[in-house]
Design a protein around this ligand. Structure first.
Ligand code: ZN
Length: 250
């Protein structure tokens, strides 16, 4: 049989995701990278290749597969609206789409709730990679456009590396008056390991787990992110923490 496509997980000729890689995703453990943040997959091995394929290789149909895993494993509970932490305008222009938006829309479809854009980058043209290490550790700045009060919002992102982006986005929503924010990502860097958030070679899919490139993003320590989110949570002590409902899942 002739295949015109390759598996996003292992690069073997075949469907979008071969049986072996589907099994590998199903067997990969979910992650709780920081208090109140849940991720369906470790940013590692096949899962990492799949997320990178969505993000950098324009394989948008993967969003639906990832969204199903996110909903199944996220322990989300009832949410009123799904939104996302928007990618920088420069990256959206370069890729032609915002992978976080694609995931948020797919997750909203799975949950049968509306997906709304509630967040904007305060410095839209400046991606994380163009900022200083200190700025990156504190995350990008977001402005939030709140819907009506009292909503429980599901905030979606693709990959959690330091956690700074989700923390900044969540802060912006809470400061805009959102009642509660639940954070859910497709993947998170496994504890104690730093993985590049970019593919080693944009057009070559490496076999699972062989990615070894290092970028400034990969060097950012995960514990710093945990501290960022913890300090954020404690500042927002009056707000109901969503961690328990997330952490008890799967
Ligand atoms: Zn495969």
């Amino acid at each position: 049989m002739l295949f015109t496509s390759h598996c996003a997980g292992c690069n073997e000729p075949g469907p979008l995701l071969c049986h072996r890689c589907r099994f590998s995703l199903a067997a990969a453990p979910s992650q709780a990278p920081a208090p109140g943040v849940h991720a369906a997959l470790p940013f590692d091995g096949v899962a990492r290749q799949v997320v990178l394929s969505l993000k950098y290789r324009n394989r948008r149909r993967l969003a639906r597969h990832l969204a199903r895993l996110m909903v199944r494993r996220g322990g989300i509970g009832r949410v009123d609206v799904v939104t996302w932490a928007p990618t920088s305008a420069r990256h959206v222009r370069a890729r032609g789409f915002d992978q976080a938006e694609l995931l948020a829309k797919a997750v909203a479809r799975e949950l049968r709730v509306p997906c709304r854009r509630l967040l904007y980058r305060a410095h839209g043209a400046v991606p994380q990679t163009g900022r200083s290490r200190e700025e990156r550790l504190h995350g990008p700045s977001f402005r939030a456009r709140p819907p009506r009060d009292g909503l429980r919002i599901l905030l979606v992102d693709d990959v959690v590396t330091t956690g700074a982006t989700l923390a900044a986005a969540r802060d912006a929503l809470l400061e805009a008056g959102i009642g509660e924010v639940v954070c859910l990502a497709a993947a998170a860097t496994p504890a104690g390991r730093a993985q590049s958030a970019r593919p080693a070679q944009p057009r070559t899919v490496a076999m699972a787990g062989s990615g070894s490139s290092s970028t400034s993003t990969a060097r950012m320590p995960t514990p710093a992110a945990a501290r960022t989110l913890e300090s954020t949570s404690s500042r927002k002590a009056v707000r109901p923490a969503s961690a328990p409902s997330l952490l008890k899942a799967s």
